[in-house]
Design a protein around this ligand. Structure first.
Ligand SMILES: C=C(O[C@@H]1C=C(C(=O)O)C=C[C@H]1O)C(=O)O
Length: 354
């Protein structure tokens, strides 16, 4: 081995030891913060601030995202010294909801898969878990109506968002794609890949199943079949990737929400989700939007959904920029309350960092 290589390795060993000592010191500080806080140990706004600050201070050559992922894990491990968080997600294991949960909370929590979105809400409400992660919108397929309905009915709040790039892979234990007779996947994933499938595998029969992970499990038990699912499911069920990234839209992204008994404090870069109703008369929608314009509050999303009660009555889901405690947002919300038939703030939370 060359002298230079030996020296570099010696340096790396020394640096690793320094990092380790510093990590232990950081963990002891975080532990002490936890003792002082008693109770609400997880602080989404503080974690977002830490990640943003380190991204901005990063001197390179590591990319910001790489640095932020490392610190995401460090915070996750520090927090778990108190007690690992319990996080429910739409299961089974290996779904994109699990990947989103890990992206947001790191790998230290105890993750609990549930069979429905409704069960995620109930687990959080009953206190069986601390947080829940539910899908709310896909860039190709649109909103997840069930999640929006549950947010309206339920007292829980949104305390975070997770944006996950969805990469779909063709997975199988079959030697090659020619050997496959059936293709399993969730209907959403089949839809997200249908142009690729029409071009490459037009005659393969497509079988919709309850989740991508279930598709991967079925394909792992039958070498004559294949599945479309993500990397997590491929690993979990030991499947080979026959074709990677087969989603029709290369920017295919799903947004998830983190739900809890509380929302988040101000982080400096926040958004607020709310749902409101407008009476069915001319100018009603304009009256809802006017307070936002007047106070200079930007709206990033507006989605209407049929109200459960009356035929052709609608409720409107909005995302606005800023925290409900920011003065201009607070002023706009106050006026909105006076004008709308009904307003419910679903929560203020940090804009996703990673
Ligand atoms: C240490 C704290 O508690 C938790 C751990 C954090 C960390 O390790 O940096 C950050 C926020 C909290 O989720 C804190 O609030 O500062």
């Amino acid at each position: 081995m060359s002298d230079e290589l030996l020296n570099l390795r010696k340096n790396i060993d020394r640096l690793d030891e320094e990092i380790l000592v510093r990590l232990a010191e950081r963990a002891r500080n975080a532990q002490r913060v936890g003792e002082i806080k008693q109770g609400n140990v997880y602080r989404p706004e503080r974690e977002a601030q830490v990640l943003r600050r380190l991204g901005a201070a990063n001197p390179g050559p590591l990319p910001d995202l790489a640095v932020q992922r490392i610190f995401r894990e460090i915070m996750s491990a520090c927090l778990a010294l108190e007690r690992p968080l319990r996080v429910a997600y739409l299961g089974p294991a290996g779904t994109f909801s699990e990947s989103a949960s890990r992206k947001h909370f790191g790998s230290a929590p105890n993750f609990v898969p549930t069979s429905t979105i409704d069960e995620v809400f109930r687990a959080v409400e009953a206190g069986n878990v601390d947080y829940g992660v539910v899908p709310v919108e896909n860039s190709t397929e649109g909103v997840v109506g069930g999640t929006l309905d549950l947010l309206l009915e339920n007292p829980l709040q949104i305390c975070g968002e997770v944006k996950l790039r969805i990469h779909q892979h063709l997975l199988s234990k079959a030697a090659g794609i020619g050997a496959a007779k059936r293709l399993y996947s969730h209907a959403q994933s089949l839809a997200q890949c249908h142009e690729w499938l029409n071009r490459n595998l037009p005659s393969l029969s497509r079988v919709p199943v309850a989740s991508n992970a279930e598709a991967a499990r079925l394909a792992s038990e039958d070498a004559e079949s294949c599945a479309i699912a993500g990397e997590a499911a491929a690993e979990l069920y030991g499947l080979d990737v026959l074709a990677a990234n087969i989603e029709d839209d290369p920017n295919n992204t799903t947004c998830f929400l983190v739900i809890a008994h509380h929302d988040a404090d101000r982080s400096g870069q926040d958004k607020t989700s709310l749902v409101c109703s407008a009476p069915n008369r001319p100018g009603a929608m304009h009256a809802l939007l006017e307070p936002l314009a007047k106070h200079g509050v930007s709206m990033s999303k507006l989605q209407s959904r049929p109200a459960r009660g009356g035929l052709w009555e609608y409720v409107f889901y909005m995302d606005i920029e800023g925290h409900r405690e920011d003065p201009e947002v607070a002023a706009a919300l106050k006026e909105l309350n006076e004008r709308a038939g009904f307003v419910k703030v679903l929560g203020s939370y940090p804009v996703a960092v990673i």
